[in-house]
Ligand binder design. Structure first.
Ligand SMILES: NC(=O)c1ccc[n+]([C@@H]2O[C@H](COP(=O)([O-])OP(=O)(O)OC[C@H]3O[C@@H](n4cnc5c(N)ncnc54)[C@H](OP(=O)(O)O)[C@@H]3O)[C@@H](O)[C@H]2O)c1
Length: 289
């Protein structure tokens, strides 16, 4: 018994050390003075505390609710003269049953994908006006487990719902959205890229119900990257000169890597865009591409 426990503890420590050691790191002296950055799903208090930057504002946004997204975007367009970096980061995992939002969208898809699709479109005019500017979509390696996508069934009306399938699909959509958006933004000075942050010891699994998220959460807390490490690729894409002109790509550990074949499918990216415009009821005066 003791031997098994010691063996397990050693395995955890070894995996943790190796995983963290291999994790990409981005060091830069670049400052963002005078620039405006939006990060969805972030904690303003913690940013102020750790960075010492008091020029941080928190505004209410529920990405699962399209009217909240429109309200938030309206407020930004009224209050901000520029927008240099948009980080679509907010997300949930492990929503155990299929739930439909008041907009008729599946809840995980609405939170992780549709809300950011709409938000980005609404802010695109301001991003273009502020070019060079960047849009960063936080996806996940889990997108690789989504092997097929039906743009006619993005909300699991025909196919059966599993929380993990909804999460994987939403993360695939983040990458396909990036691909088609980069195509639409060619020549505008606005770039867009997506990323997998790694396995990070955050709160994402702790918020989900059920025994599997509890086990996954324990593993993430024991072996995952710290939040600081998990933020490196996002910061790299937001700040680094190396990716100034790079658009439509997928990154892990501050390096461009290949995403799944389906996530690179241009035809699927276009179909997803068209279906998403209909699903979020994007109006003509909200189209800025
Ligand atoms: N952690 C990982 O290992 C991992 C791996 C791959 C990808 N990711 C991705 O990384 C991103 C950040 O996740 P995390 O791991 O940092 O999880 P987290 O600690 O749970 O943070 C997620 C953030 O999103 C916010 N959020 C959730 N639902 C929202 C909604 N409807 N409207 C607005 N904000 C909402 C949360 O706000 P509240 O705190 O108020 O709920 C929280 O600030 C997600 O896109 C996730 O898919 C994470």
């Amino acid at each position: 018994m003791w031997q098994a426990l010691i063996g397990l503890a050693v395995t955890v420590v070894v995996v943790r050390v190796i995983y963290r050691f291999r994790s990409g790191r981005f060091d830069s002296l670049t400052r963002l003075d005078g620039k405006t950055v939006i990060v969805t799903g972030s904690s303003a208090d913690e940013i102020i505390k750790t960075s010492g930057n008091n020029n941080v504002e928190v505004q209410q946004l529920d990405t699962s609710d399209l009217s909240s997204v429109r309200r938030f975007a309206d407020g930004i367009l009224k209050s901000e003269k520029r927008l240099d970096i948009l980080v679509n980061n907010a997300g949930i995992a492990g929503h155990h049953k299929r739930e439909i939002t008041k907009d008729g969208l599946e809840f995980t898809m609405a939170t992780n994908y549709y809300g950011h699709f709409l938000l980005t479109n609404l802010l695109l005019g301001l991003l273009k006006k502020s070019a060079p500017s960047r849009i960063i979509n936080v996806s996940s390696l889990m997108h690789t487990f989504c092997k097929k996508l039906d743009p006619e069934d993005l909300n699991f009306e025909k196919s059966s719902y599993l929380s993990i399938s909804a999460y994987n699909q939403s993360k695939l959509c983040n990458i396909l959205f990036t691909l088609e958006l980069s195509n639409k933004l060619k020549g505008t000075g606005v770039t867009t890229n997506s990323l997998h942050p790694g396995v990070v010891a955050t709160e994402i699994n702790a918020k989900a119900a059920g025994i599997i998220p509890v086990i996954v959460d324990i593993l993430f807390q024991l072996m995952g990257k710290t939040c600081d490490m998990g933020a490196q690729t996002t910061i790299y894409l937001a700040v680094s000169d190396e990716v100034e002109d790079v658009s439509g790509k997928y990154f892990v550990d501050c390096k461009e890597v290949e995403c799944s074949e389906l996530a690179r499918h241009r035809g699927m990216a276009k179909k997803l865009w068209v279906a998403s415009e209909l699903d979020v009821k994007l109006q003509e005066d909200e189209m800025h591409y």
